[in-house]
Design a protein around this ligand. Sequence first.
Ligand code: SF4
Length: 230
Amino acid sequence: MVDNGRPRPMIPYAAAPGAARPIGRAPARTVPAPIPAAEATRLAYASGVTTPRPRVGVSACLLGAKVRYDGGDRRDAIVVEALGRLFEWVPVCPEVEVGMAVPREPIRLVGSPGAPRLVGERSGRDHTVAMRAYAERRVAALAAEGLAGYVTKASSPSCGLEGVRVWPDAGGPPRLEGVGAFVAELRARLPLLPVEEEGRLADPAVRARFVERILAYDRRRRAAAVAGPG
Ligand code: SF4
């Protein structure tokens, strides 16, 4: 509303001067129906805006950080550009954070797929205990910071979510049955946290479902924080 180029103040309906007072019972106010959570999620995803943005962990190399064993990165355009508008990233490189250098000797999972060791490919140096101790501390800190999801780098002996190569002690070909050492701890300690690998997020349906799961997880987490300990 503009009068001589100047905006006029809005007058609330109930306070409008000269308005006839209704006779009898006041008409019931029309209250907009709340938007169902699933629909709110769909709208947020479609508009590319979620407020506040959920905090989501991510393998740091997927954001372009040069933290890989060879000094490179694995920047992923979908993670950075499509999902980066929706989430506040919490980058984590378990290998660097546990104290390994860049560049460094590559490491691999060795032994039983259910309980593999994390060892240097050439030196055989065993990082299993150090990685487990670090992962326990880091996952606890991430949970305390209100993490709502995690995107992992596929095939990594530290970050892979599934199908990571595990080399038998006796030699021979690897079995594609492992989970990265850090992500194994993440899954064990936060079993309901939505976690997905970057490669699968190229599928729009998988991506949309992942976003829905994160927003739902974050809503539950915030509601529980407001309610306090039961
Ligand atoms: S896959 Fe994980 S451990 Fe390897 S460089 Fe990326 S963030 Fe670091």
